[in-house]
Design a protein around this ligand. Structure first.
Ligand code: SF4
Length: 359
């Protein structure tokens, strides 16, 4: 029998009312105190209601004596350096490196998660490092990378850590980026955006039932986040992982592209990425390249200027083409930049403005 998102959350919270091991205690930023030491988390649209001793659906926020704490502040389980193209960001400092950071936990339950070993686990069940914001920023500087990227699991659930680090990083001349499912309430997102240089949103499908059944999320909240990013003038890119039989119908992709065109404009970079079987979804094949090409063609037909095919190394639509003169202005091969013809944010051939963060 199909479980609704609400039932999944309730079951998880009831089952997670176990004594918690010692964690660094950082009070959460967005929550309300209720009667009898209950609290309601206001960070993401799940709005978990937690009794004393209970954790949220994301596994990393705990009510202790009527105060909500983050259990992962300064405790990343994954820290490494990699190309910005891997995010993927294609309109953000091409060819540069980023320091990638993630903690345990997630506020969704995608059955095909590529990073399930860290996203679908609790912080006590995985090794973590002691890296408060000051140490993390120092690490990025010592590696000589221009950007810290919050990624892999779901940065929303380690909001306090991401927020404090981003503020500090900005004051130290670094940039920050966030790779997210976009399932966050408006107020925390508005508070974070001034300190975020760019955002990548995984738009998992354009179907409310897919979001509820496959991911334990809600489409409408993610669309609200996208509208907010547009309104705030933040650079953002959208990635759609195209999964055979689940979200690959031409009708769904067409509706998605029409919505993007009408609500976000022509210039938001849109990546259609190839699915590789993972986690609980190993029965499906990889996405045929023709399906991705069809999605690309539908998006272009809707008037979107920057549409990419990802996870197919060497494909011509890994590269960026100028919408005006049609010349190839960024030649990518895998995560490598072979040629770059953008100068001061303009096409080096015809001078057309190319949206993004280039310097
Ligand atoms: S961030 Fe975690 S605790 Fe807060 S509402 Fe979302 S899932 Fe629940």
């Amino acid at each position: 029998m199909r479980k609704t998102v609400a039932v999944q959350i309730l079951l998880f919270i009831l089952l997670s009312s176990l004594p918690s091991p010692a964690f660094p205690e950082q009070e959460a930023l967005f929550y309300k105190k209720r009667d009898n030491d209950e609290v309601q988390c206001e960070l993401c649209p799940h709005r978990c209601m937690l009794s004393d001793g209970q954790r949220g659906f994301c596994r990393v926020r705990l009510n202790r004596n009527g105060v909500l704490y983050s259990l992962v502040f300064g405790q990343p389980c994954s820290v490494n350096v990699g190309p910005i193209e891997k995010a993927p960001f294609y309109h953000f400092l091409p060819g540069s490196k980023r320091l990638c950071v993630a903690t345990a936990g997630c506020n969704m339950r995608c059955t095909y998660c590529q990073n399930w070993e860290i996203s679908q686990t609790s912080p006590e069940d995985i090794r973590s490092y002691d890296l408060p914001p000051e140490k993390l920023v120092e690490k990025a500087k010592s590696f000589g990378v221009p950007t810290i990227c919050f990624t892999y699991s779901e940065p929303i659930i380690f909001y306090e850590y991401m927020y404090a680090t981003s503020k500090l990083a900005l004051s130290e001349g670094l940039k920050t980026t966030m790779v997210s499912n976009g399932f966050i309430n408006q107020e925390p997102m508005k508070k974070l955006l001034p300190y975020m240089s760019a955002v990548k949103i995984d738009l998992k499908s354009f179907s409310e039932s897919f979001y509820q059944d496959v991911c334990a999320g809600r489409l409408e909240n993610v669309l609200e986040t996208l509208r907010l990013l547009k309104k705030e003038g933040k650079h953002f890119e959208i990635v759609v992982l195209v999964i055979p039989t689940l979200n690959d119908s031409s009708m769904e992709i067409l509706k998605m592209c029409q919505w993007i065109h009408e609500n976000l404009g022509d210039d938001v970079p849109l990546h259609f990425t190839r699915f590789v079987p993972a986690y609980k979804l190993t029965s499906l094949p990889m996405t045929p390249v023709q399906t991705l090409e069809k999605a690309h063609s539908l998006a272009k037909g809707c008037g979107l200027n920057y549409v990419y095919i990802g996870n197919v190394p060497g494909h011509m639509f890994n590269s960026t083409y100028c919408p005006s003169c049609k010349k190839r202005i960024v030649h990518r091969s895998g995560y490598e930049i072979k040629e770059l013809h953008i100068k001061k944010g303009k096409c080096a051939f015809c001078g057309y403005d190319i949206p993004g963060v280039w310097e």
